[in-house]
Design a protein around this ligand. Structure first.
Ligand code: F0G
Length: 446
């Protein structure tokens, strides 16, 4: 599938940005030249996925498409039970409705914002146990998504086990830069979880990209097929949530998978209430077919190698211009260190958002802020939560752009970098939502 891209002038983009209250989510896509807002649901489906779509069985219960999806999940991920949901956060909503109660604490590696949102919405707390190396963009560590086993054990030792319904590992860790988690770390976390009798759950949106990095960077995995690595990763998990919009390369869809029949039965009640009957849960038959096919394609080595090298290509070009990014480069996106880029913009004026707006005005490239706006306010004090790092994320859709688009993006950002000394003011919030404010926030120039 090819789509037209619309060019625009700088004057037009300045006006459009103002009309959009300096929130890039408010821009209509025809005003964007290269759209790196997200890699979620923005991939191009393959010929095989489109043909699978035509074979969708739309029966309400027990559709053939459901069984196709079940088979793919069982073969690739090794889970016997699963529930389809319309996307990843819906999977979180259903599973957490069963597992989380008020006052609970859920340790993990830098929970994604919807995961954290669904935890905090239930008056529970997400506890970040990521390794400290993740906070130093220039420092090399092959697995910056890793959980620090010391931090995790300290936390478990000091808190009542009955308040900790599960430990969650996000693969790859989106928040720290699409950074992978090593097999050794997964194994270590699993053994700690077993020691305390706590289930281990994966937020598996980018599990295949994680497996690719294990193959590339971890001793003993260089010659292993991706699917074998994936099977080993999931062998340590009791359950998983999935946003299929990422590594299953579909435009919409998700699921929960689990080993326990009892958990499946409990979650089924919420699935029926929030999503749909247990054999379609928010997805049409044709979409389940495309998803099943996407799971096979998303775990092919050649595809992953091409994709992840394209992301690294953008990273290398930015590095060439002196722009600091989270390194090593992650699986789905390049995370630009915004405070390094714009040292004169005060943190209170949303540095990464300022950079995102500048890049759009410069070249019509849409990225996204992964910084203070995304971090929301502290649920108790209502003060801004300032994360350790302010990133501009440039997420690369799967099978969509050429390296020419990457080159264009790198040069647009390099142009901003050249005039960075003149950028000293950011933004003020005019209006914001009480939770997940970054999607709808309205801003004005400070
Ligand atoms: N978990 C992770 C790690 C994610 O990155 C996302 C979504 C979700 C869960 C939620 O899935 O969107 O299908 O409801 N990430 C997108 C992003 C939105 O741009 O990174 P969803």
């Amino acid at each position: 599938m090819v789509e037209p891209l619309g060019r625009s002038s700088r004057e037009e983009r300045e006006l459009w940005m103002k009309e959009a209250s300096y929130n890039l989510f408010n821009l209509s896509s025809d005003k964007v030249f290269v759209d790196l807002l997200t890699d979620s649901g923005t991939g191009a489906m393959s010929d095989r996925q489109w043909s699978a779509l035509m074979m969708g069985d739309e029966s309400y219960a027990g559709a053939a498409s459901y069984f196709k999806m079940k088979q793919a999940i069982s073969e690739i991920l090794g889970f016997d039970y699963f529930l389809p949901t319309h996307q990843g956060r819906a999977a979180e909503n259903v599973l957490f409705s069963v597992l989380i109660k008020e006052g609970d604490m859920i340790p993990g590696n830098a929970h994604f914002d919807t995961t954290k949102g669904h935890i905090e919405f239930r008056k529970a707390m997400a506890v970040d146990c990521t390794i400290d190396e993740a906070l130093e963009p220039a420092r090399y560590h092959p697995f910056k998504g890793n959980i620090d086993p010391g931090k995790l054990e300290d936390f478990l030792r000091l808190n009542p086990v009955e308040r900790i319904p599960f430990i969650i590992i996000t693969l790859t860790c989106n928040t720290s830069g699409g950074q992978p988690v090593s097999m050794q770390n997964i194994r270590e976390v699993k053994s700690i979880a077993d020691k305390y009798g706590i289930p281990l759950i994966f937020d598996a949106a980018r599990f295949a990209e994680n497996a690719y990095f294990i193959r590339e960077r971890e001793d003993g995995y260089a010659d292993r097929p991706i699917r074998q690595i994936v099977r080993e990763m999931f062998s340590y998990a009791d359950a998983m949530t999935m946003s299929s919009k990422k590594d299953a390369i579909v435009n919409m869809g998700g699921f929960i998978a689990m080993r326990s029949h009892e958990l499946f039965r409990h979650a089924s009640v919420f699935n029926i209430m929030f999503e749909g009957y247990i054999t379609y849960g928010g997805m049409s038959g044709r979409d389940m077919n495309a998803l099943a096919q996407g799971l096979y394609e998303g775990t092919e080595y050649d595809y992953l190698d091409t994709r992840i090298r394209q992301v690294a290509y953008l990273g290398e070009r930015l590095k060439h211009f002196g722009i600091q990014c989270q390194e090593p480069f992650g699986g789905h996106a390049i995370f630009v260190d915004a405070r390094h880029f714009l040292p004169h913009v005060p943190r209170e004026e949303y540095v990464a958002q300022t950079l995102a707006v500048e890049l759009y005005i410069e070249g019509g490239v849409r990225g996204v802020e992964i910084g203070t706006l995304l971090a929301d306010r502290d649920p108790v004090t209502r003060q801004n939560r300032y994360p350790a790092l302010e990133f501009l994320r440039l997420a690369i859709p799967r099978r969509v752009y050429t390296n020419n688009h990457m080159e264009y993006t790198a040069i647009a950002l390099a142009n901003v970098f050249e005039r960075r000394e003149q950028i000293s003011k950011g933004f003020r919030i005019v209006r914001e939502a009480p939770i997940m404010r970054h999607f709808t926030v309205e801003l004005e120039r400070a």
